[in-house]
Design a protein around this ligand. Structure first.
Ligand SMILES: NC(=O)c1ccc[n+]([C@@H]2O[C@H](COP(=O)([O-])OP(=O)(O)OC[C@H]3O[C@@H](n4cnc5c(N)ncnc54)[C@H](OP(=O)(O)O)[C@@H]3O)[C@@H](O)[C@H]2O)c1
Length: 266
């Protein structure tokens, strides 16, 4: 198994919920974390709470970068920031997302576009713009001609973990744009697994069911629990555990991981 100790992880949606839980889990295993969300103060407070176990004698170097993931130019700034700060990108977790609770015919085009922009395009920009950094780390150089890419087998391979949703593959009411955006995230991850795998970079996607976070706070628990074979919503730590497995298992590649208490079986 690979170790997270000494590795650097960028986690979008890191200010709370699933992203923050993944950050805590990775940091507790010695990773240093850069959190991404829209509010710098919230992120700075979240960073202060991250565990700082020692690895190789130095404490992990946690940080935060506030921007809207739907803004591709801010992703480019992030790449420059990581390069200038000489920070590696070993693991990229795309967990930033917004939900929807309205039927398609009642959803404005602006609202539908916003959901796709944040959930799908935000994930795509992160993958597209950080992949060259991850490839360079692995190879020492990025050649425009993929076929002449030189692999440095001693480097630790990079890993992308995208957070999709059960709704990417299963129908749900009032979430058409959300479901479409999350289906896109699954397809994007699979395509990247084929393309980036050749460069030693793994790409995996988690499809959570209903998890206890701000996103599901307004949902009727009893109605929902009755539908879920495990009889309860999932916990953020359980999603973080799945993310840790994907980050550390060197053969986990193109994994499409349902984590829904059995809801996808119904
Ligand atoms: N909870 C569930 O049941 C569930 C189920 C399936 C999939 N998911 C997916 O899991 C991911 C995390 O969800 P969650 O439940 O943890 O939600 P959450 O508690 O509402 O957290 C959402 C996170 O995304 C960030 N975010 C939202 N829009 C952003 C933007 N435009 N730019 C940058 N950051 C943005 C938020 O940060 P700020 O608001 O501070 O900017 C926050 O950190 C999402 O992709 C969601 O679709 C959740």
């Amino acid at each position: 198994m690979l170790s997270l100790s000494g590795r650097h992880c960028i986690i979008t949606g890191g200010s709370r919920g699933i992203g923050l839980a993944i950050a805590h889990r990775f940091a507790s295993e010695g990773a240093s974390i850069t959190l991404v969300g829209r509010d710098q103060t919230t992120l700075d407070n979240a960073v202060k709470e991250l565990p700082i176990p020692l690895h190789q004698g130095t404490p992990p170097n946690h940080g935060a970068c506030a921007f809207n993931v739907k803004d591709s130019s801010r992703w480019s700034d992030m790449v420059t920031f990581m390069r200038d700060a000489e920070r590696k990108v070993d693991v990229l977790v795309n967990a930033a997302g917004i939900s929807q609770n309205s039927f398609m015919f009642k959803t404005s085009l602006h609202q539908a576009k916003e959901i796709v922009d944040v959930n799908l395009m935000g994930t795509m920009y992160g993958c597209q713009l950080l992949l060259p950094t991850m490839m360079r780390q692995k190879s020492g150089k990025v050649n425009r001609m993929f076929d002449s890419f030189i692999t440095n087998n001693k480097a630790t391979p990079g890993c992308i973990i995208n957070i999709s949703s059960l709704l990417a593959t299963h129908a749900g009411r009032g979430a058409a744009a959300y479901a479409a955006s999350k289906a896109g995230v699954v397809s994007l991850t699979r395509a990247l697994a084929w393309e980036a795998g050749r460069f030693g970079i793994r790409a995996n996607v988690i499809l959570p069911g209903y998890i206890e976070t701000d996103m599901t706070k307004s949902m009727s628990d009893d109605d929902l629990k009755a539908l879920i074979p495990m009889g309860r919503l999932g916990k953020v730590a359980e999603v973080a555990d799945a993310a840790a497995f994907l980050a550390k298992n060197p053969y986990a590649h193109n994994t499409v991981l349902n984590l829904d208490g059995g809801l996808s079986a119904t």
